[in-house]
Write a protein that binds this ligand. Structure first.
Ligand SMILES: Cc1ncc(COP(=O)(O)O)c(C=O)c1O
Length: 462
C-alpha cells in the first residue's frame, strides 16, 4: 500500500530532527502507527498489524486495556503529580502487593524500591548487591541484556553496546547461557543436556588459578549473578530445568547473590508471575519493569530480601530518580496487580502457549528453515536457519520482518494485514514471540497463517 501523504511529511521531518540513536532504524521499512487495540496496531490507512511482540513484552495485558486505561484516567483527575519525596496510597499498596506476592511464592520477606525503566532498576540492583557484599564485580550471562545505561551495559554481554564508550572497568564476567539448540559446550544432542556448561563453570570455583575464588576462604571476587530466567533479547531461550537450581547452590556456597532480572519475563509472560518460579530457585533480588504498568507510564523496581534493603542498610536517599514512584505509574501497576489477582493467567497462559507452540511445530514440519520452535507460556521462539535447519539465516529473518511490516498479507481473508515480529538471538535470526496474554485461539491461528505466508514469500524472494 502506498505511503500516506501525512506519513511522508512526518518521515522527512524524522530524518532531519530525530536522533537515530534508538532502535527505529534497525528496520528497512519504517512505520508510523497511530492507533492500537487488543493484539493489533493500525497505520493511518487503517491497515491492521497483528502484534506478536507487544512492545517487547510491555503490553502483556493488551493494547488499550479498558480497565487499566480507566485507572490511569482516574488518577489523572485526582493525583496526577506528586513529588516522590512525599507518599501516596498507590505506592504503598503496590509495594505491599508485590512484597506479599514474593513472600507467598518464595517464602521470603522483603521490600520494594521503585525507579523508571528497566535499566535504572538494574542499576539499583547493582547498588544493592555492592552495598551488601562490598564487591564491585558481577557475573552475567553471554547473550544477556539488562539495558543501556552505563551500569546495565557493563553486565550486558554484547561488546557493540560498549564499543564507543570507553573502558568498562566493571564489565561483568560472562558465563555461557545454557542454550540447548546451540549448546555452548558443543554437545550435538542438546536434548540430552547433562549441564556440561554448568559443570565447566563450577570447576572455576575449585582452584585459585581460575581467578574467581579463594578456595581456602571460599571468598569470591564477584558479588552477584544477574540472571534472565528465560533469556529475552538472546532469543527467548528456555534453559534446561535443573540448571538454575544447581547454579543457586553453587552461588550460595560462595555468598554470591542471585538476581533475577524479570524486566522482560515477569508479569505472567511465561505463565507465572516471575519466570524464575519455573526453576525451583529462591532469588535474593528481583528486578521488574515493562509490563508492570502495561506500558501506560514508565515504572520499574527492585524487590530485595529484607536483610539487603531494610532501612538500616539501605537508608533514605540510597538511590533515587525524580520520577521514581510516580503516581500514574504506581496506580497503573497497582491496577495490573489487581487484574492479575482477578484473572487466572497461571492456567490460560500455559494453555495458549501450548497450543501456539503445537501449531508452530506443525509449521516447522513444512519448513526445514525453522531450526527450532520452543517456548514457556507465551514467550516463544522460532529460530530461522538455512535449509540445513542449523546455520542461522539473518537475511531470511529480516526479509520476513519487512514483509510483515508492508501490511500486504492476505491470510485470514478480508483487508490485507500486517504482522509485527520481534527479532532477537545470538545471530539475530530468532523471532521472539510475545503476544498479548489475551490473544484468542482465532488470533493464534491467524498468527501462524501470517507467519506461514510471510515465510513463504521471504523464501521466494531469495
Ligand atoms: C531482561 C531485560 N532487562 C532489562 C532491560 C532494560 O529495560 P529498559 O529498556 O526499560 O531500560 C530489558 C529491556 O529489554 C530486558 O529485556
Amino acid at each position: 500500500m502506498s505511503q500516506h501523504p501525512q506519513d511522508k511529511i512526518l518521515l522527512e521531518k524524522e530524518a532531519k530532527y530525530c536522533s537515530w540513536g534508538d532502535t527505529v532504524h534497525y528496520a528497512k521499512e519504517i512505520k508510523i502507527f497511530n492507533r492500537c487495540e487488543g493484539s493489533f496496531v493500525f497505520d493511518r490507512n487503517n491497515t491492521s498489524y497483528l502484534d506478536l511482540q507487544m512492545w517487547h513484552s510491555v503490553a502483556n495485558f493488551g493494547y488499550k486495556n479498558e480497565r487499566l486505561n480507566n485507572i490511569v484516567k482516574g488518577q489523572i483527575d485526582v493525583l496526577p503529580q506528586l513529588s516522590c519525596q512525599y507518599l501516596h496510597e498507590e505506592k504503598i499498596l503496590l509495594s505491599e502487593k508485590i512484597a506479599l506476592n514474593v513472600e507467598k511464592t518464595f517464602g521470603v520477606k522483603g521490600r520494594v524500591h521503585f525507579n523508571i525503566g528497566g535499566a535504572a532498576a538494574i542499576e539499583d540492583a547493582i547498588k544493592i548487591v555492592r552495598n551488601h557484599t562490598k564487591k564491585q564485580s558481577m557475573f552475567a550471562f553471554t547473550g544477556g541484556y539488562h539495558g543501556r545505561t552505563l551500569g546495565a551495559t557493563s553486565i550486558t554481554s554484547s561488546y557493540r553496546y560498549r564499543e564507543n564508550y570507553g573502558h568498562f572497568s566493571d564489565r561483568a564476567y560472562f558465563v555461557p547461557y545454557p542454550y540447548r539448540f546451540r549448546c555452548p559446550s558443543g554437545k550435538s544432542d542438546a536434548e540430552c543436556c547433562d549441564l556440561t556448561c554448568f559443570k565447566d563453570f563450577s570447576k572455576l570455583f575449585e582452584s585459585e588459578y581460575y581467578s574467581i575464588v579463594n578456595p581456602k576462604t571460599k571468598n569470591c571476587e564477584y558479588g552477584g549473578f544477574f540472571v534472565e530466567p528465560v533469556q529475552a533479547t538472546g532469543g527467548y531461550i528456555v534453559p534446561p530445568k535443573g540448571y538454575f537450581k544447581e547454579l543457586k547452590k553453587l552461588l550460595e556456597r560462595h555468598q554470591v547473590l542471585f538476581v533475577s532480572d524479570e524486566v522482560h519475563m515477569g508479569f505472567y509472560r511465561t505463565g507465572k508471575m516471575w519466570a524464575i518460579e519455573h526453576f525451583d530457585v529462591v532469588p535474593d533480588i528481583i528486578v521488574f519493569g515493562k509490563a508492570c504498568t502495561n506500558g501506560l507510564n514508565p515504572l520499574s523496581g527492585v524487590w530485595a530480601k529484607e536483610e539487603l534493603i531494610n532501612p538500616d542498610v539501605f537508608p533514605a536517599g540510597s538511590t533515587h530518580s525524580t520520577y521514581s514512584s510516580n503516581t500514574i505509574g504506581t496506580a497503573a501497576a497497582l491496577g495490573v496487580m489487581d487484574l492479575i489477582e482477578d484473572s487466572d493467567f497461571a492456567t490460560s497462559v500455559p494453555e495458549k502457549g501450548r497450543y501456539f507452540v503445537e501449531r508452530l511445530k506443525t509449521l516447522q514440519k513444512k519448513y526445514p528453515q525453522i531450526g527450532e520452535v520452543d517456548g514457556l507460556g507465551l514467550a516463544m521462539r522460532i529460530e530461522i536457519c538455512q535449509k540445513d535447519g542449523r546455520t542461522p539465516d539473518r537475511e531470511l529473518t529480516d526479509r520476513v520482518v519487512n514483509i510483515g511490516l508492508e501490511g500486504q498479507l492476505t491470510a485470514g481473508g478480508g483487508k490485507p494485514k500486517g504482522l509485527l515480529l520481534g527479532v532477537g538471538g545470538y545471530y539475530k535470526n530468532v523471532f521472539t514471540l510475545a503476544p498479548s496474554l489475551y490473544i484468542t485461539r482465532q488470533e493464534i491461528d491467524l498468527a501462524v497463517d501470517l507467519i506461514d505466508e510471510a515465510l513463504r514469500q521471504g523464501l521466494s524472494l531469495k
